[in-house]
Design a protein around this ligand. Structure first.
Ligand SMILES: Cc1ncc(COP(=O)(O)O)c(C=O)c1O
Length: 429
């Protein structure tokens, strides 16, 4: 949008005209029932309704005794209760998203491990210490590596644990890697498992990984940014999630809270507070109820009123409504998988455990150019304008993936998606 900053201010009605003609016609499209890309939900109606109120109140939720802070404590408790994660006051933080939530969680993990070795990383940094090693599956999200780099651990110290046929972390391989690093004099400190990977929605064997973490004194982190809510669909694979030392769970994903709203929960509030707390005299608050300010649990000082959108979304749906939302979208994903299985020209590439379907187009006559074909398809589908799909790579092969987050999606939409892929594949480059 080429527009210069006007020298003179413009009336609000002019701005609304601009929004009508120059903003609204060009949305990302994630509000639409045929948006299947990445992990971007449609906004919840309740979240949209209250967003202007949060903006108008405009508090900083760094801390203090006001609605923004009180409501954040409430929604953190609700989110933990929803997925069966133990919660104590001071046991979490709303963040901009999972990427920031992961930085917070891994910083606490780093502080914890170094503390056990008698070192305070905040004072001494990582100088002169054996390298600290983080274990992530080959399907772990890139935000884990980014966090490791940002925290000075170095991506060379991020071990990529292989996955099994279901794209879940191979726990034997994890054990082998940890043992090898211990023998090499390194300091294994954290294993980051996924409760819903971004490529296939796979849930790692959390309980077994928790056992390995316990046996080796590793911090057990779970990335449930997309998939933690899948626990509500009765999937037994989530057993062990409650054993995590830290759990990331994004309200702005499956729950549909309007962006931005990530969340990190942790087992030990005092530890995370000791990782970040730095209270200059001008911010001292002698009436903080013993928990302290949210700004003592993460890097941000001024913090937006994210809790209002989350509270409104969760209150409006209620626990049963949230379960229905998850159930409906999981069933849609299973339906799409069944349609793909039944179609001679499509192939399912991974089991469907949550609401992501990984697959590829495989017309009988074009077997040799499958990678090239599937790499072209997402952009071609997007340009046709009836559905939005994105792609990925799975075990080195080009794949398509559909992420089902919108309960308004219908079976007709799923059939149309497959037809759109067929039509897009006919467009020659
Ligand atoms: C599994 C998983 N982890 C982490 C992230 C990063 O989340 P955010 O974009 O909110 O930082 C995503 C984003 O899709 C994700 O799917």
């Amino acid at each position: 949008m080429r527009q210069d900053l006007p020298a003179e201010g413009r009336p609000l009605s002019d701005l609304l005209d601009d929004i009508r003609t120059r903003v609204l016609p060009y949305p990302m499209g994630n509000g639409h029932p045929r948006f299947f890309g990445w992990v971007n939900s449609a906004p919840s109606v309740a979240g949209v309704l209250v967003a202007p109120i949060a903006a108008a109140l405009n508090p900083s939720c760094a801390g203090g005794d006001h609605a923004g802070v009180l409501l954040e404590h409430t929604v953190l408790r609700w989110l933990a209760d929803l997925v069966g994660y133990p919660h104590r006051p001071g046991g979490g933080l709303l963040t901009s998203g999972a990427s920031m939530a992961t930085v917070v969680a891994l910083a606490a993990a780093r502080q914890h491990a170094a503390g056990r070795d008698g070192v305070d990383v905040r004072e001494d940094g990582l100088y002169g210490r054996p390298p600290m090693v983080l274990y992530v599956s080959a399907e772990g999200h890139s935000c884990l590596r980014k966090a490791a780099e940002l925290l000075g651990l170095g991506s060379r110290q991020v071990r990529i644990v292989p996955v099994d046929d279901g794209f879940r972390m191979d726990v034997d391989a994890l054990r082998t890697l940890v043992a090898r690093d211990v023998r090499a004099g390194l300091r294994p400190f954290c294993v980051a498992a996924s409760a819903g990977t971004v490529n296939t929605g796979a849930v790692d064997p959390l309980d077994e990984i928790a056992d390995v973490a316990a046996a080796h004194g590793l911090w057990f982190h779970v990335d449930g940014a997309y998939g933690a809510l899948g626990a509500l669909a009765g999937n037994a694979g989530y057993l062990g999630m409650a054993r995590a030392d830290s759990l990331v769970l994004d309200p702005h994903k499956w729950l549909g809270v309007p962006v931005d709203c990530g969340c990190v929960l942790w087992r030990d509030p005092a530890l995370t507070r000791s990782t970040f707390s730095l209270v200059p005299a001008y911010l001292r608050d002698d009436h903080d109820g013993g928990i302290g300010w949210f700004s003592e649990y993460g890097p941000e000082q001024t913090r937006p009123f994210r809790a209002l959108r989350t509270w409104a979304t969760m209150s409006h749906l209620g626990r049963d409504g949230i379960i229905r939302l998850v159930d409906t979208t999981v069933r849609l994903a299973q339906r799409l998988a069944a349609m793909i299985d039944a179609a001679p020209d499509f192939e399912l590439l991974a089991p469907v455990g949550t609401s992501i379907v990984a697959f590829r187009y495989r017309p009988v006559d074009r077997d040799d150019k499958l990678d090239e074909l599937n790499r072209r398809i997402p952009a071609a589908v997007q340009h046709r304008g009836s559905a939005f799909l994105t792609g990925t790579q799975l075990a080195g092969a080009e794949a398509l993936r559909a992420c089902l987050l919108n309960p308004a999606t219908t079976e007709d939409d799923l059939a149309l998606l497959l037809d759109e892929i067929r039509a897009a594949a006919e467009i020659r480059p």
